[in-house]
Design a protein around this ligand. Structure first.
Ligand code: P53
Length: 476
């Protein structure tokens, strides 16, 4: 007995903008991902004003899944996937975001994609907004700082729930909605919310306002989704990096608690339909006056999610300092290196036990079913002359995480729906725009500059994961 329930959703996860390419095909509009250049570890991606000549925009072609998905899905089926998590590119359905009627060619593309999945016995798991909102909503409306976006998002959600309700049961609204807790950098505000800040602007209240509108939009989408079809399971999606105290000094512990409050209150609103008191007190102390109406409060209360989807890659650590008497958490300055764990080449702390801890943390707080919709190891792979990739380090990472996941289920009693490792086929990194930060079981021949044949080949981890699924997690 492996401990995972029958029908456990083993699979893999991707996002439209990171693999589809075809950025102008089928009437697709420009998304925020289409105006981001390639960066590297320590070199941020540039967000350009529209698509400029001579720049390298890795998402435009990505790995050309748009044309190759049938073959890629066959490889997923060969691994035994029960489900496949991807997103619907909002710009294929509403190219500018503010149209009244959807683009039929975009809708047809996802019909075909989902049909192909179902034919292979693979259940689609769909994110509505995964770092790829229409760029037009940024230039014309200022992104999610504008209340109008609620209406646009809910229209989009309604159209796709209605169209795909008999093909897609599992949905998530906003990918890693809490990334924007990291508001001092430009990446998360832009990818989460289409926010561009003015120089000197007080970023923090803008982030809270944008997140509020998204949470209202999410709640309205959950409500309308259940009205369209009560069988739909609609979840939230949280980037979980549990934050440990660097020591057991009481103030380090309080610092870690505050940090968790500041990074994970989003889940409280999604699950409980209201703001936690600590955050309302924080708004008051900081003098943030946000546009939160009674109607919004009602919407939040009526659109609670069915499950919690989350990503897990790493844990964080923090400590109290004398210059921070309120023990406020600032994601840019408050994190410290954890001396007990190793790091990836991109500085991500490798901590399998943190996954067990996270599963327990979520379940203790919310008692909702959990779905690990991302986990994985971004690494530099070497394609051998015989076409193989010996990615034992990826197998080591994933098997250690699955072993901890199993303890959370078997020993701790957590209700876990499924597990979809990130980037099950190599794709464009969200954070850096690189190809060389690879996560896949399937290698894609393409480099950071965009050269390569786009040919696919099975890595060593392919057969390993196939066996994991075949044995329902008994053999790691
Ligand atoms: P990349 C930061 C922290 C945790 C997860 O990330 C993150 C990020 C943003 O970089 O993103 C998620 O590609 C996200 C995916 C992304 C994946 O993790 O930067 O949902 O779109 O590709 C891995 O290595």
């Amino acid at each position: 007995m492996s401990g995972f329930k029958a029908g456990f959703l083993w699979g893999g996860a991707v996002a439209a903008h990171q693999l589809e390419g075809g950025w102008q095909e089928g009437g697709k509009g420009v998304s925020v991902a289409d105006v981001m250049t390639a960066g590297a570890h320590g070199v941020p991606r540039e967000i350009t004003n529209g698509v400029l000549p001579g720049k390298n925009y890795p998402n435009h072609e990505a790995i050309d899944f748009y044309h190759r998905y049938k073959d890629d899905l066959k490889l997923f089926a060969e691994m035994g996937y029960k489900c496949f998590r991807t997103s619907i590119a909002w710009t294929r359905i509403f190219p500018n975001g503010d149209e009244l009627t959807p683009n039929e060619a975009g809708l047809q593309f996802y019909d075909d994609l989902f049909d192909e999945c179902l034919k292979l016995g693979i259940e689609p798991v769909i994110t509505l907004s995964h770092f790829e909102m229409p760029y037009h909503l940024v230039t014309e409306y200022g992104g999610w700082r504008n209340r109008k976006l609620i209406e646009f998002f809910v229209r989009f959600a309604k159209v796709v729930f209605t169209r795909y309700q008999h093909k897609v049961k599992y949905w998530m609204t906003f990918n890693e909605i809490n990334n924007q807790a990291n508001f001092h950098e430009d990446f998360a505000p832009f990818t989460n919310s289409g926010l561009k800040y003015q120089p000197g602007e007080d970023r923090e209240p803008v982030m809270y306002q944008a997140a509020h509108y998204e949470l209202v939009a999410s709640a309205l989408a959950v409500k309308v989704g259940h009205e369209i079809n009560p069988a739909l399971q609609i979840g939230c999606m949280i980037a979980m990096c549990p934050i440990y105290p660097l020591s057991c000094a009481p103030n380090d512990m309080m610092m870690a608690m505050n940090a968790m409050h500041r990074r994970y209150w989003f889940t409280d609103v999604h699950v409980r339909g209201k703001y936690p008191q600590h955050l309302l007190n924080y708004f008051e102390r900081r003098g943030f006056e946000l546009d939160i109406t009674d109607e919004d409060r009602q919407a939040l209360a009526e659109g609670c999610v069915d499950y919690i989807g989350f990503s897990y890659y790493m844990s964080f650590a923090t400590k109290a300092t004398d210059d921070n008497p309120q023990l406020d958490y600032d994601e840019t300055t408050s994190l410290v290196s954890n001396p007990y764990v190793q790091k990836s080449d991109w500085g991500w702390q490798i901590d399998p036990v943190g996954l067990r801890y996270s599963l327990n943390w979520f379940y203790d707080h919310y008692q909702l079913p959990l779905f690990i919709v991302e986990n994985g190891f971004g690494a530099i792979d070497v394609l051998e002359s015989d076409g193989t990739v010996n990615d034992q380090y990826r197998i080591d990472y994933l098997s250690a995480h699955i072993a901890e996941m199993k303890k959370a289920v078997v020993e701790d009693g957590v209700d876990l729906m499924g597990y979809t490792p990130w980037g099950c086929i190599d794709l464009v990194s969200a954070g850096t725009g690189e190809m060389k930060k690879r996560y896949g079981f399937i290698y894609v021949d393409k480099d950071n500059e965009g050269n390569g044949t786009l040919a696919r080949s099975r890595k060593k981890s392919f057969a390993w994961y196939q066996k994991v699924i075949a044995t329902n997690g008994s053999e790691l």
